[in-house]
Each structure stands twice: as structure tokens, then as C-alpha cells.
Design a protein around this ligand. Structure first.
Ligand code: ARG
Ligand code: ZN
Ligand code: CA
Length: 257
């Protein structure tokens, strides 16, 4: 692929308590993070251990709030919906008006991002490519969205959206998502340059964290597709770029102009 892929974004703010009706500035702060992380222009990329600095990737994707709605009329790229639902979960109710949320815009032309209160400590979730258009996109909790306003540490650097959009572009968790009764080293994220890793890392790990005989360098826990705190996740790899490009040339090719 040559050239940068431009992704128009619509942010659906679905709110019950007033504070969940996040500001335009908070939304823009999230778009700004995405435009750094997917272009490898995030300043904290310098945290990548030198053994892996040759693997860091510019995914060549840029995001901007939509300027035209599905009918071609001018828009801010933000919808705001008051709801009686006090907290949402992974059941996709936030994705339709009839269940207290807001309907998706056409998924072949927009990345739909819903921002609402998610329950149970859930920061966000995503739909992988190939699913129904009506539920396509990512959902992020209002305390883990952007870098200002209601964003709360340690999830106030916008990385939940970076991670969920990684899934939306067909990236799997870096540890392979084994089930609890399986050998934790048995599955792969289908990417060659990420070391095989047993389980997810959380918090702020120390380098190296070794598992699955992956020494001396260990887990690539500073990858966006692990589960560490926002300030610790700083890179995609060249191998992940290959998967994302296959997605953009395949099931999400409607975004290539
Ligand atoms: N789906 C994951 C969760 O809700 C997202 C993890 C994102 N991690 C982060 N540091 N922002 O737990
Ligand atoms: Zn995930
Ligand atoms: Ca694993």
C-alpha cells in the first residue's frame, strides 16, 4: 500500500448522568492520540527496548471526525443521545436507539465509536472485521476516553481506543487468548514478530518479563495489544502492520480511496 488511509470517525456520546456527556475537547483529545499512535509519532515510543526498536511500525492510518453525515449534510462528527440506561455492557445495546443507545452510521464509510458508561470495570470492546454493519465499531467507557475531562488514570492516555481499533483492524491480543484450561503458550496472535507470550500483562511491568521460553527479551508487553496501563503501551509491530494492511485491502477496503 502507498499513501495514508483516512478514516472518518463518528463518535456517539450516549449519556445518562451529565458528566458522561463528555466535551468536544475530550473527544478531540482522543482523535489526537489515535493520529499519533497509528503514525508512530507518539513520543513515548522511546520506551521500546532497543532490542525491538527495528520492529516498531507506522500503520499509515489517520482519523478525523466526519464532516459529512450519511446524507451528505455538514456534521461535527459527534452525536449526543440522552438515555435512561445507567450502564452498558458487551451486549451491544448502546449501538441501537431502540435499546437506549444510538444507531451506527454506515460501517463501510465511518468508524463508529460509542462512548458511554460501561459496567464491571470494562474499559472498552470492539467488533472484528466481517461482522454485522449495524454493530460495527468500538465502544469505550467515558472514563477511559481521551486525555482530558472525565478520563481517569491509569487509563487517561487514550490507549483503550488505540487497542480497540487494533481489534477493529483484525489484530488479536498479543498473548493469544488461550482459554483457562489450555496450555497458555499454545495459541498465537497470528503475527510472526511478536514473541509467544503466556498471559496478558497488567499495570506497569518491568522489562524483561519472560514466559513461554521467550527469553532473554520476554513478552512484548509494551505493545498496544497487551493489557498494561496506558502509559506502558506504545507500539505496533511490522508484523501487525501486515495484518492491518490485509484487513484494509480485504474486508475494510471501502476505506481505501
Ligand atoms: N477490552 C480491554 C478491557 O476492557 C481494553 C484494555 C485496554 N487497556 C488499556 N490500558 N487501555 O479491559
Ligand atoms: Zn482487547
Ligand atoms: Ca499465550
Amino acid at each position: 500500500r502507498t499513501g495514508i488511509v483516512q478514516i472518518p470517525v463518528v463518535v456517539h456520546v450516549v449519556w445518562n448522568k451529565e458528566e458522561e456527556d463528555i466535551s468536544d475537547a475530550q473527544i478531540q483529545s482522543q482523535i489526537d492520540v489515535l493520529n499519533k499512535d497509528f503514525r508512530k509519532s507518539n513520543s513515548d515510543i522511546s520506551q521500546v527496548p532497543s532490542v525491538w526498536s527495528n520492529l516498531t511500525a507506522d500503520l499509515g492510518i489517520e482519523f478525523s471526525l466526519a464532516t459529512k453525515d450519511p446524507d451528505g449534510h455538514p456534521t461535527s462528527g459527534i452525536t449526543r443521545t440522552q438515555t435512561s440506561v445507567t450502564s452498558f455492557t458487551v451486549d451491544d445495546k448502546v449501538k441501537s436507539k431502540s435499546s437506549g443507545g444510538e444507531d451506527a452510521w454506515p460501517a463501510d464509510r465511518y468508524l463508529n465509536m460509542w462512548v458511554c458508561k460501561l459496567g464491571g470495570g470494562l474499559l472498552g470492546y470492539a467488533q472484528f472485521p466481517g461482522g454485522p454493519a449495524e454493530t460495527d465499531g468500538v465502544v469505550i467507557t467515558y472514563t477511559g476516553f481521551g486525555t482530558t475531562g472525565t478520563a481517569r488514570p491509569p487509563f487517561n492516555e487514550g490507549r483503550t481506543a488505540t487497542h480497540e481499533i487494533g481489534h477493529w483492524l483484525d489484530l488479536y491480543h498479543i498473548w493469544g487468548d488461550e482459554l483457562s484450561f489450555e496450555d497458555p503458550c499454545s495459541r498465537s496472535d497470528q503475527v510472526d514478530d511478536t514473541p509467544n507470550q503466556a498471559n496478558e500483562n497488567i499495570g506497569v511491568p518491568a522489562f524483561p518479563h519472560i514466559s513461554c521460553n521467550n527469553g532473554p527479551n520476554g513478552d512484548m508487553f509494551m505493545n498496544y495489544m497487551d493489557y498494561v496501563d496506558d502509559r506502558c503501551m506504545v507500539m505496533f509491530t511490522q508484523g501487525q502492520a501486515v495484518r492491518v494492511n490485509a484487513c484494509l485491502e480485504g474486508s475494510r477496503s471501502s476505506f481505501l480511496t
